[in-house]
Design a protein. Sequence first.
Length: 251
Amino acid sequence: MNYIYPSIPIIATLIEALIVFLILEKIYKLKPLLVSFDFPKKEILLSTILYLILFIFVLLIFWLKGIQNATIGNTGEEYSLLTALQQLLSNAIILLPFGITLTIRKQSPRTLGLFKENLLPSIVGGLVISALACVFFKQVSIKIWLSAPILFQLVAQLGVGFSEEMIFRGYLLLRFSAFFQRAHAEIITAGMFAIIHIPQRLFYNFTPMELLIDLVVLFIWGWVFNRMVRLMGNISGLAILHAVMNVLIGA
């Protein structure tokens, strides 16, 4: 039970996120934002290769962090302006192969989930759910959010939020949905989202039970976000919510 208890606010946030986005869909009378590909099978192959490259990069990053922390005898992480900028740089590097692929293949940023359409309701939804998440996690002080190190952590996690949403709810989900049935694509990419976090969890010395529960929660997180982007199309609000949740969880 001690392993499950920390996950309760996360699950609560995800449930109310679905409810809020369903309400916004009705209020704004949103229509699906469709993206099509000429060669879906080729997109799947390329997406899988890019995902494997991403996994290797993440594995390398946390392996190097492990060596560094073992050397200086520190496993903690204090956010400063420098560490926030380093995180943003890492996220830019992570996005680079996807951006190069889009440029070479002359594909639109829309295939990353970046739309002008539905931008306002997406951001409104992200902010509303983020505020509710702060209530669930009992972190409602604006002063704390605007002070170091939380402010720097939020800046860093905005980079994480936007990069992961562009990759998983944008690039991968759209392409897998073009080849598989949408429901199957949502399950597959939710699993990919969970798996990509394994190196980080191993770096933080999760026990097998902690890792198992965390992967289940991450899978649910990925699936719920997949459902929300299906309603909204635009990933902007999800990226904001993703960043705030990461700060609240301490990811």
